[in-house]
Design a protein around this ligand. Sequence first.
Ligand code: GTP
Ligand code: MG
Length: 135
Amino acid sequence: TERTLVLVKPDGVERKLIGEVLARIERKGLDLVAIELRTVDRELAAQHYAEHDGKPFFESLLEFITSGPVLAAVAEGPRAIAAWRQVAGGTDPVEKAAPGSIRGDFGLEVQYNLVHGSDSPESAAREIKLWFPNL
Ligand code: GTP
Ligand code: MG
């Protein structure tokens, strides 16, 4: 079994898609082991997206992710990391995300792609520690 970090980004919260996202996670069969609504400060955002520091979209990404409340959760199950990325869809909601995925169904722009999922066991461990240090 495996754990992954789930975020509903500020655009997803603003568009009232929290219920939709949680329903899809549950329908897939993953277990929710932690869940929290919170506002993200710049420090947490920069640590979370450290791998993108220096890229042209980094500043805009930090501004976006700190712009309103975010739902953070930890989902658990067999191959949870890949399973959640499949449910979420590819990074670009139009070019990469398949119809039927969250991003494919609800997204239009690469930055405003509604959700986040850890991309490897190493990322998952790092991100879960960052967002849920007591877990
Ligand atoms: P996350 O689950 O959020 O990490 O998405 P990802 O793993 O599918 O994509 P990646 O880690 O490469 O990028 C992180 C986030 O940065 C994306 O989800 C987008 O919100 C944003 N992003 C990625 N590429 C671009 C880009 O070219 N332009 C802009 N404006 N934002 C981008
Ligand atoms: Mg990523």
